[in-house]
Design a binder for this molecule. Structure first.
Ligand code: FAD
Length: 392
């Protein structure tokens, strides 16, 4: 049955995009959602659920067909991310990192050999990806990174530590940034494609979090890790534009994931407000609960509109829509957090019990306010674009 929200969300999608939503939603609700709480309780990485994605093309929504992918258009990619995130943060993150940060960078900056080597493996799910960007000294100020890449015969030696790294234990490909000259700050940043299974000098340790136990975030240490010359993505010292482009696409997919999370909060709050009674009536009949439902709906749809508009700009060939990416990411992540808070409030104390999902959604949504640029960074960037201080 189509809800009023479905009509809004689907209004100006093409028939193909509507079909994508239908197929992905059906898959996600039946094949992923019923198992997520169990993985969370067992603190187990959902490898078996990830394995369900490639046969349907859901592992490679941004990879062209010639490399085994299922690219249709950027809006469709956003729809996929939204529906996957609506059921599981981790599954959505697997696809988001692999497509936006890693495959997107290879497609744009990689050599033919790098495309042939990596993209089919990412598309068929045999190679999960991690992005090793954040360092103990900070994730926002990436130009100030301390990891180094030193030229040696036949390749490079990487040294440094990366923290908060999603999927590292299971990844067959690391997108790593390190500096070839620390004194040059942004000008020293260089991007590499690293095979962690074939590289000596890489150790992966636990990076325990209060949330997302099933994602098993890691810290990754590079100690004189040798990578061959063909691991270089782009040119030495020219990694900052690679990073910028990766994060730009990453912001689109994270924003779409936030819409999915915000929608999930509504999915859970609506039936609860209609079932739970107080003072002889359903709580959904109290004006203050209705206020929250109305705010949650408006926030979700406003964020969705911003994400679709950004996707359409990308589909129309706008090379970098940086301000719009920041706007979509900022609005959508704040919508996801506020919707989680409202959904918890509607659930009363049960919102924080293990019996209900909404409490978990709050910390998961909050984490999306950090990845691919914090809310403060995006606020600053939007203002700088508007003031003409920043150009891209
Ligand atoms: C669940 C989760 C998964 C993650 N997965 C990955 C991953 O796979 N790979 C990876 O590399 N990283 C990952 N991260 C890390 C994430 O990208 C960083 O947390 C983020 O970049 C912020 O860096 P930081 O935490 O070091 O905060 P900092 O950079 O230290 O910032 C601290 C605070 O200062 C603010 N601040 C910084 N600069 C400014 C400024 N100029 N103006 C105003 N305020 C400012 C920030 O907004 C923030 O509020 C993950 C994080 C989480 C929570």
């Amino acid at each position: 049955m189509q809800t009023p929200m479905d009509r809004l969300a689907d209004f100006d999608l093409t028939p193909d995009q509507r079909q994508v939503r239908e197929i992905v939603r059906d898959f996600a609700q039946k094949e992923i959602l019923p198992y997520v709480e169990q993985y969370e309780k067992e603190e187990r990485y959902p490898l078996e659920l990830v394995a369900k994605l490639p046969p349907l093309g859901f592992m490679a929504p941004m990879i062209p067909e010639e490399y085994g992918g299922a690219f249709q258009d950027v809006v469709s990619y956003g729809i996929l991310m939204e529906e996957l995130a609506r059921v599981d943060w981790v599954i959505a993150s697997v696809v988001s990192v692999a497509n936006s940060l890693v495959a997107g960078s290879i497609l744009k900056f990689g050599t033919d050999a790098q495309k042939q080597r990596w993209l089919p493996q990412v598309a068929d799910g045999s190679c999960l990806c991690s992005a090793c960007l954040t360092e103990p000294g900070g994730g926002t100020d990436l130009g100030n990174m301390k990891s180094t890449a030193t030229k040696v015969a036949g390749g490079w030696r990487l040294n440094g530590t990366k923290v908060f790294i999603s999927h590292a234990d299971h990844a067959g490909l690391f997108f790593v940034v390190a500096s070839v000259d620390l004194s040059k700050k942004h000008g020293g940043v260089t991007a590499f494609l690293v095979d962690p299974r074939e590289t000596e000098g890489i150790t992966i340790g636990a990076f325990p979090m209060r949330t997302l136990k099933r994602d098993k975030l890691a810290e990754v240490h590079f100690e004189d890790a040798f990578v061959p010359d063909d691991a270089l993505l782009g040119e030495p010292g020219k990694g900052f534009p690679v990073l910028g482009s990766a994060l730009d696409t990453g912001r689109f997919s994270v924003a779409a994931r936030c819409v999915g999370q915000a929608q999930r909060c509504l999915d859970l709050a609506l039936p609860y407000a209609l079932e739970r009674e107080a003072f002889g009536q359903r709580i959904g009949e109290f004006q203050m609960i209705q206020q929250k439902i109305s705010d949650m709906t408006c926030r979700t749809q406003a964020a969705r509109n911003a994400v679709y508009q950004l996707g359409r700009m990308k589909d129309a060939g706008v090379p970098r829509a940086s301000m719009e990416s920041s706007m979509a990411k900022l609005m959508a992540s704040q919508a996801a957090v506020q919707n989680a808070l409202d959904a918890i409030q509607i659930h009363g104390g049960y919102g924080l019990s293990e019996e209900y999902e909404v409490g978990r959604l709050l910390l998961e949504a909050k984490s999306l306010e950090f990845g691919e640029g914090t809310s403060e960074l995006h606020t600053k960037m939007i203002a700088e674009f508007m003031l003409g201080i920043r150009k891209q």
